[in-house]
Design a protein. Structure first.
Length: 78
């Protein structure tokens, strides 16, 4: 989903601004999860292994590790 752009020389309506805030709040959650998955360097760096389905397996593994890390996160006192 893309936010609505301000028209040239004009302003967005109140409803459009509110919708953009809703889109923004959802996008930030997705972006944080993507950056969490990219903690696995194999996902972030250029991938040169061309075996069939290997790219999908690597991404599924990185996502699984991220989900495991998030669900088993321990809160530290600090």
């Amino acid at each position: 989903m893309q936010p609505k752009k301000k028209p040239r020389g004009g302003e967005l309506t109140t409803a459009a601004k509110e919708r953009n805030r809703e889109i923004s709040s959802q996008r930030i959650i997705v972006e944080h999860h993507l950056s969490g998955v990219k903690r696995a360097r194999i996902v972030r760096d250029p991938f040169r292994n061309r075996k069939a389905q290997y790219v999908d397996i690597v991404m599924e593994t990185a996502c699984g590790l991220h989900n495991f890390r998030v669900t088993h996160r321990q809160v530290t006192a600090g």
